[in-house]
Write a protein that binds this ligand. Structure first.
Ligand SMILES: NC(=O)C1=CN([C@@H]2O[C@H](COP(=O)(O)OP(=O)(O)OC[C@H]3O[C@@H](n4cnc5c(N)ncnc54)[C@H](O)[C@@H]3O)[C@@H](O)[C@H]2O)C=CC1
Ligand SMILES: O=C(O)C(=O)Cc1ccc(O)cc1
Length: 366
């Protein structure tokens, strides 16, 4: 434990040098700076470095600075291998990690160049936002999120420990995977959802305005990540095309079966086939770990909140008065809409009482 601030001790011994001071890089910087770790920043864009420094993510490195203990490469995936190679050459003692969303492609590129990768430890925090840039950075981006670490057999324990320490300092849960297992896993939990969400949202382009105006919570939930950055995602999807194409082949086959069943709903077995897809979805969604480890520990109650100043504050105060222990809160609000949706997660045993009490106080619930 090297440095202390705000009651929390940093496991990370700086300096930490960040290459690429956008969303991920500046978020790592902000989180480590909060713990008092010395962080230096670098980016192709001088404006991005200045912005990230202004927000408090670190400072510009100067010639008198010692070698960093750790270099975090947070550049777009297609230049990650180049930036890792450059960092390994420039800093001859530092551990170098990267946070790219794909792990096999940069690793294979580096291996193919015949480099000594002893000091390189690929990693990937499973946390992000729809938009990139230093301006979107947050110190708490990684809180309670998995942080995958891909070492190979050669990685010394000390290098691994440096990357683990950063993940833990930022509130993440480090776990180890091979680059192959990582790419397969994120294919299904991150890349396929992105594609499905984008395809779904793309269908809205042909829908008339009055139809889109009817959009409810289901559409909002399933299209949130459709606002993601196309440039970043072209890189991610092309780099992980093997697992992604395999997953899409599965979706394609399912879609064909579903379409066939819906085309001829009176055919023997058609309704059972349709029910099967929906039931599989039920079983799949139940496997997604919730904030507290299981999606089934909490249930969600949606409360309609008028678009007036202070309404959300009033709801939170009244929940407190009613003794409702809120485990999580999500807000949905469309620009121009007269109403917002506050989705609160509560223990199943209190949901019906909470609904009744809120209704008695004049709140509308879904
Ligand atoms: N955006 C997200 O939700 C997540 C992104 N990642 C990964 O993090 C990495 C960074 O993504 P973001 O922070 O979202 O992107 P970003 O666009 O916000 O930041 C990337 C920064 O890298 C800089 N850059 C580009 N080439 C460079 C080079 N050769 N040397 C120095 N700086 C360079 C750019 O100027 C930019 O400021 C990507 O590899 C991405 O796959 C990982 C988890 C989540
Ligand atoms: O918004 C979400 O739910 C995400 O999962 C964001 C995200 C995007 C890209 C990554 O490589 C990791 C996480």
């Amino acid at each position: 434990m090297s440095e202390i601030r705000g009651g929390r001790a940093a496991r990370t011994a700086g300096p930490v040098h960040i290459v690429g001071a956008g969303l991920l890089g500046a978020s790592v910087g902000l989180g480590l700076r909060e713990l008092g770790v010395d962080v230096t920043l670098e980016d192709l864009s001088p404006t991005t470095v200045a912005l990230a420094a202004d927000y408090g993510a670190g400072r510009v490195r100067d010639a008198s600075d010692p070698e960093p203990a750790l270099v975090v490469v947070a550049t777009p995936p297609d230049v990650t291998a180049d930036a890792v190679e450059a960092a390994l050459a420039r800093f001859t003692e530092s551990t170098v990690t990267d946070v790219a969303s794909v792990k096999l492609a940069p690793y294979e590129t580096l291996r193919a160049r015949g480099l000594d990768l002893t000091r390189y430890v690929g990693s990937h925090p499973m946390a992000g936002r729809e938009r990139g840039g230093a301006i979107m950075a947050r110190a708490d981006l990684f809180t309670a999120r998995p942080w995958i670490i891909c070492r190979d057999g050669e990685t010394p324990a000390a290098s691994l420990a440096v990357v683990e320490a950063v993940a833990l300092d930022l509130g993440a849960s480090p776990l180890e995977m091979t680059p192959e297992d990582h790419d397969r896993a994120v294919g299904v939990v991150s890349h396929l959802p992105q594609i499905v969400s984008s395809l779904l949202a793309g269908r809205l382009l042909a829908a008339p305005d009055p139809a889109v105006g009817l959009a409810g919570q289901g559409l909002r939930d399933t299209t949130r990540i459709a606002s993601s950055d196309p440039e970043l995602w072209v890189q991610i999807l092309t780099a992980n095309r093997g697992p992604v194409v395999e997953l899409l082949d599965g979706v394609h086959a399912d879609l064909e079966s579903l379409i066939a069943a819906l085309r001829d709903v009176d055919a023997p077995g058609a309704k059972r086939a349709i029910a099967g897809f929906l039931a599989d979805g039920n079983r799949g969604v139940a496997r997604i770990p919730g904030k507290h480890g299981s999606s089934e520990r909490f249930v969600r109650l949606t409360v309609l909140v008028d678009d007036q100043p202070g309404e959300l504050g009033r709801l939170l105060t009244e929940l407190g008065e009613l003794g409702v222990n809120m485990e999580d809160l999500r807000l949905e609000h469309s620009p121009g809409a007269q109403i917002g949706f506050a989705e609160i997660a509560v223990l199943p045993e209190v949901v019906e009482d909470a609904r009744r009490d809120l209704t008695e106080r004049g709140w509308r619930t879904l």
